[in-house]
Design a protein around this ligand. Structure first.
Ligand code: ATP
Ligand code: NAG
Ligand code: NAG
Ligand code: NAG
Ligand code: NAG
Ligand code: NAG
Ligand code: NAG
Ligand code: NAG
Ligand code: NAG
Ligand code: NAG
Ligand code: MG
Length: 537
């Protein structure tokens, strides 16, 4: 009867014996692979970079130096496998950290990591968090597992925001990440925590060998228990990642914003929950800025804004100066009396659309003629730009053209006024809608042939205009340049003389006998007119 019952008893005994033999080893292993630091005052950590332990026992990973990084490792290696070809054992870690920045943003973050070596000198600061560099980021030969607390959003790593917790395997593109915070046990609602809030917070990292699951949990320090629901939960078999012998530690880096990253307490255990950190023993985070942090807006946006404003002012000044030169004119004292006949260059510039080519009426011996519309009066004008450098004779010339401008004769093209710029004189005439006679005579105007009656009317008009210039006006004005292109046709096809007096500007000082005649370009000039030529101009 007893026999059949013997087998289970023997098996049980054997099992107990086996456990009895292996248990001390396991326990011994656990004891060496378990630690708790409630403050680091007496700790023997392996530090590099900006990392140091402050007299109060804070582990200061970065000290506010920009673009820097720091590392801290538990000095002894971990044996992550319980047999040479076994899988990575379960482990748990917890730590309390705090991030201090003089601004309400910070850069860049910190990680708790497990790596095959304590030498991370080839890692880079800023977005690489002192963990990887541009070459090895994401490479499976890194054999690194890390939990990142990142206060910067780096698009190249697919960061979800600028305040997140992520599980990283061999690279900074997190396997899984979540906005920093925790889930309330009571109602399951999520509550944000700001990593860079200057408040200390606790983080738990648990790896489960059977489920191959990594859980990261967070809570503010004043919460007495670890929240049940982790913030990040990632399925990943770390056996394929980590080496048998590995080191556990922290890395941290800063970017352009002066930030200090602190660890206040730390605990670790293999195959069991991380020892509880005695929170009342933890050193206090420094309070450098008790009156509240300086605003990111004030310290960075403001200078940038000021720079933008200054640049804008510069640009406005530049535009004003350019405008000054664009519309620059020459004005002499003697011109005061001609004031009403003086146009501003700006008005002429706008009237002619900036002397656009499409408004060009023609090019003559003195310069270009542009069509325009005065903006205020809607009056159509023709503006002739005469390049003229010398001031010599200018006063007399202006006096004369202004006096001619006062001529009111239906057979003269009204001269409305003038404008002077450096090296240039602008004459403003009334616009003659039917253009100049030459265009009809030389067939430039399409299919318009003047009838004999029209021609006669034009000739009578010119004769009447000349008579007026020579005899009816108080002074004798000699035209000197009568030709078809200087005969313009108004809207009733009356011939009107244009360009009177202009030749004088250029022939100034030449023998009056010669200059008084009809223009030499006109072979049909009559000698008789010379007799009538007085010193009229
Ligand atoms: N008041 C005006 N209304 C309409 N078109 C005009 C007016 N003044 C001149 N034009 C046009 O502009 C063209 C050029 O005139 P511009 O007086 O500069 O040259 P030109 O008469 O050919 O030679 P010159 O320089 O010897 O007078 C003329 O052919 C004419 O078609
Ligand atoms: C600190 O740890 C290192 C490496 O484990 C060891 O060599 C050194 O003696 C330790 N120093 C102290 C003061 O414990
Ligand atoms: C930060 O640490 C670096 C390296 O140890 C050191 O050179 C620097 O002076 C420290 N800066 C401050 C502000 O403590
Ligand atoms: C472990 O695996 C390696 C090859 O992967 C093999 O050579 C070795 O014998 C294994 N050791 C044990 C104890 O199984
Ligand atoms: C990963 O790193 C190893 C060793 O540093 C190197 O040989 C390999 O080319 C790297 N792979 C990639 C994809 O960069
Ligand atoms: C959830 O519970 C927490 C703690 O009891 C409480 O502070 C919070 O307001 C609750 N949130 C909601 C949405 O009920
Ligand atoms: C939590 O943070 C995110 C990102 O900063 C923000 O969009 C969200 O409104 C915050 N939620 C709460 C409850 O503060
Ligand atoms: C816990 O601390 C946070 C700041 O970290 C504060 O907002 C919150 O009100 C505190 N809660 C309790 C219960 O004291
Ligand atoms: C994890 O991977 C190791 C070897 O890579 C394997 O032995 C183990 O069974 C895996 N664990 C699970 C739960 O799949
Ligand atoms: C935590 O530390 C305080 C002061 O050092 C001590 O009084 C308290 O008993 C400790 N708590 C635990 C649970 O060890
Ligand atoms: Mg002309």
């Amino acid at each position: 009867m007893a026999r059949p019952n013997m087998k289970p008893i023997v098996l049980l005994f054997l099992k107990l014996l086996l456990i009895g033999l292996s248990a001390p080893q396991l326990i011994a292993g656990d004891e060496t692979q378990k630690f708790v630091y409630s403050g680091f005052a007496s700790a023997n950590l392996t530090l590099d970079g900006t990392a140091s332990v402050t007299p109060s026992g804070l582990l200061e990973l970065t000290n506010g130096t920009v673009m820097s990084m720091g590392h801290a490792f538990h000095p002894a290696p971990l044996r992550l496998r319980d047999s040479p070809n076994g899988s990575i054992q379960s482990f748990s870690a917890s730590f309390v950290f705090g991030i201090i920045s003089i601004y309400d943003v910070s850069s860049h973050g910190l990680t708790m990591l497990v790596a095959p070596s304590k030498d991370l000198s080839k890692a880079m600061p800023v977005q690489y968090l002192g963990l990887f560099n541009g070459l090895n980021n994401g490479n499976t030969t890194n054999h690194i597992f890390a939990v990142e607390l990142d206060t910067w959003q780096n698009a190249e790593f697919g960061d979800i925001d600028y305040n997140h917790v992520g599980v990283d395997i061999n690279g900074l593109s997190s396997e899984k990440s979540h906005t920093a915070g925790f889930f309330h046990d009571q109602n399951g609602t999520f509550e944000n925590l700001t990593l860079g809030s200057q408040e200390a917070m606790q983080v738990w990292v648990d790896y489960d060998r059977e489920k191959t699951q990594i859980d990261v949990t967070m809570a503010p320090l004043n919460m007495t228990t670890k929240p049940k629901r982790p913030i990040v939960s990632a399925r990943y078999n770390l056996s394929a990642v980590l080496k048998d012998v590995a080191y556990i530690g922290f890395s941290s880096s800063t970017g352009t914003i002066k930030t200090q990253h602190y660890v206040l307490g730390w605990s670790f255990a293999m195959n069991g929950p991380a020892p509880v950190i005695n929170l009342s023993m933890l050193p206090k985070l420094p309070r450098d800025h008790p009156k509240g942090r300086r605003s990111w807006v004030l310290d960075i946006v403001l200078p940038v804004g000021t720079a933008v404003v200054l640049l804008s002012l510069g640009a406005i000044a530049f535009l004003l100066v350019r405008r000054h030169f664009r519309y620059a004119e020459v004005r002499d004292n003697w011109e005061v009396e001609f004031g009403p006949h003086r146009f501003s260059y700006k008005d002429l510039y706008h009237a002619t659309g900036g002397f656009e080519d499409k408004n060009l009426l023609g090019v003559g011996g003195f310069g270009r003629v542009y069509k325009g519309v005065l903006q205020k009066s809607r009056l159509k004008i023709a503006v002739k730009r005469v390049s003229h450098d010398s001031k010599q004779g200018m006063k007399e010339f202006i006096a004369e053209i202004v006096s001619i401008g006062r001529l009111q004769n239906r057979n003269l093209v009204p001269l409305l006024g003038y404008c002077r710029r450096k090296g240039e004189l602008l004459l403003v005439y009334e616009y003659m809608p039917n253009g100049s006679l030459d265009k009809y005579l030389h067939g430039k105007e399409d299919n318009t042939i003047l009838s004999w009656a029209q021609r006669f009317q034009v000739i009578k008009g010119i004769a009447s205009g000349l008579l007026y210039l020579h005899e009816e006006w108080e002074k004798v004005v000699v035209h000197r340049d009568i030709k078809a292109s200087n005969v313009l046709l108004d809207n009733e096809m009356n011939g009107r003389l244009g360009d009177f007096g202009l030749a004088r500007l250029y022939d100034h000082g030449i023998d009056p006998d010669y200059t008084c005649g009809w223009h030499h370009r006109l072979p049909s000039s009559r000698a008789g007119t010379q007799r009538k030529c007085h010193s009229s101009y």
